[in-house]
Design a protein around this ligand. Sequence first.
Ligand code: AMP
Length: 482
Amino acid sequence: MCGFIGVIGVETAARDVYEGLLAIQHRGQDAAGIITYDGRFHVKKGEGLVRDIFSAANFERLKGSLGIGHVRYPTVGSGGGEDAQPFVVNYPYGVAMAHNGNVANYEDLRADLELRSLRHLYSGCDVEVVLNVFANALASAAAGEFRLDGYYEAVRSVYRDVRGAYSVVGFLAGRGLFAFRDPFGIKPIAMGRRREGGRDAYAVASESVVLTALGYEVLPWGRPGEAVFVDLDGKVHRRQVAEPDHHPCVFEFVYFARPDSTIDGISVYRARIRMGERLAETFRGTGLAADVVVPVPDSARTAALAMAQALGVPYREGLVKNRYVGRTFLMPSDAERRRSVRHKLNAIEEEFAGKDVLLVDDSIVRGNTSRQIVRLARSAGARRVFFASTAPPIVHPCVYGIDMSTRREFVARGRSLDEIAREIGAEAVVYQELPDLVGAVTEGQSHVDRMCTACFSGLYPTGDITPEMLLRIEEERVVQGR
Ligand code: AMP
């Protein structure tokens, strides 16, 4: 999972891009970069957090009213600083690009680009493949002067050749900002407009929170498979270049997105409330009863509150998080992750001592976090510990860019509910039912009726994920020790 922002029409694009990256830092803490243009390209990339990479001196240099930026979350293949996005190619016109997603046929495309197009890739980052497929098609379609038709043709080629899931932002040097989202629309994207010095400035970002934080009015994004181009006069051009088959990622709503974002017009916050209400029904159906509901901070808070209200049980923030310890899931090795969970959370004994506690988290992946938290609850004196997950059991890898680890590591794979409870040390574990999860997101939304649920159901909406691809992804993860 990654985050991006692109801006056109403001005096110093880098300022907006930088602030936008801060607003989506949660989407990736591994590396970040900004590219701007003012007659020439200006680039700054690095590893680590946005606030540590960019300095005042960089902003002196990152000139121009056209710019894009990216925060990276490590997925398959993403390595050191040279893999940090955005990327740029000089031909044709000068194209800069960043994306959020994962290219499933990366190896095939890379070989094809090197053998047939004689393009040599600079990094192991999959957006470079998208960029080069795009640039190839743009060069053959445009034949000299830039035309919008050439741009649409280039996006069509990307849709035809690039498998997987991707939302893309980029710019053509001195011509305009572009953005497109693959026909399955698995990855989120949002666009906004702000009145700036008598003209309209536009921004495109992974999450709407970037736009609202920067004072942009959020505009409806078209259907997936559409290509958008904003020219230097602030005119927006758009064309549907592939038939949409919309399946937005349900896990964005569970965990990834900020609650103050909307995705495809659906409030993440409202969806999480409905998840809590539906999970309360499932919990009630088990016949179990709790004295207190305690959320695992932070992403489970909204759902846990709704769940407690629906159950008529007190909601208590009994776990305190040290906000200066980074996200444990993003730690590269399992040992580091385990150590970090212990440093990250602490329990308030009054909320646990002698009570039957219902802990609520957004999801259980390997079970490490839940095991440690159950242990914490017990050492704080809990009598019985129940563990609820607002997501169903995760049993299949994500090939679209969310790091879900390998099948072997999923605690729920091949285990019954009782066995999972035993694994994490709880008296019982309660999962959201998949139809309830999808229903919680799509309730009252006529424009979204299907979602990508691959990590729960094994149904990959792009229809082209072969067992060999899944195996290859697993092998790469094992080699990387992740
Ligand atoms: P685990 O310890 O592997 O079971 O991880 C579960 C915890 O990690 C939960 O508390 C989630 O909030 C969080 N989480 C779940 N999926 C992801 C992901 N893809 N990336 C980062 N964190 C995640």
